[in-house]
Design a protein around this ligand. Sequence first.
Ligand code: SAH
Length: 216
Amino acid sequence: MKALDDSSYDAARESMVREQIAARGVRDPRVIEAMRQVPRHLFVPAADRDRAYADSPVPIGEGQTISQPYIVALMTELVRPKSGDRALEVGTGSGYQAAVLSRLVAHVYTIELEETLGRRATTVLREQKYDNVTVRIGDGYAGWPEHAPFDIIMVTAAPEQVPQPLIDQLKPGGRLVVPVGPRFTVQTLQLIEKDASGTVRTRNVSPVMFVPLRRP
Ligand code: SAH
């Protein structure tokens, strides 16, 4: 397969933002700008690079996928990122979602169960100078208590129920986005918000399909 040159990737990314993201209702200008900046093709395996800007998930090895661009943008908009926020991501995968979020917050902590993927994401993020992202290999069901509480938590694999440690590690005023439901079928993307008094409210946003959040 002939690799595209850099300017073709840039053009493909512009079309992606226009046709898949802005056209479908993502409005936050900071989110749109982050999607425009982060070179998604560098986060997918070299053999699949030419599909990086397609309107679909892309395989990243170990049976896992990098989410469809629209879903990355939607989830990023839902958590309402602010420049001083501290964020946790569960399911680093390729590192792409962490890279997008890192453009919008102070720091992203991200956890990946699969060692191969976690190592590869660490390398790509380092090479691309995403210096405000910290990757850890481990089990995201437990969150990351050493760095809690978080303004934002994004879960990019589907648990059957929302892990309680993640709700506990959300700050008052914090936003948690998570696909919840049975394995290998349609799940519900939920936005869970904790108000200043600690009360938790859940809103069902849309049907989605994610790989399962696995137990180690
Ligand atoms: N956000 C990623 C895509 C995630 S795919 C990206 O932008 O590319 C879901 C990822 O969650 C997979 O890499 C999978 O290995 C990981 N995962 C599954 N169960 C997990 C767990 N218990 N803890 C941490 N990561 C997990």
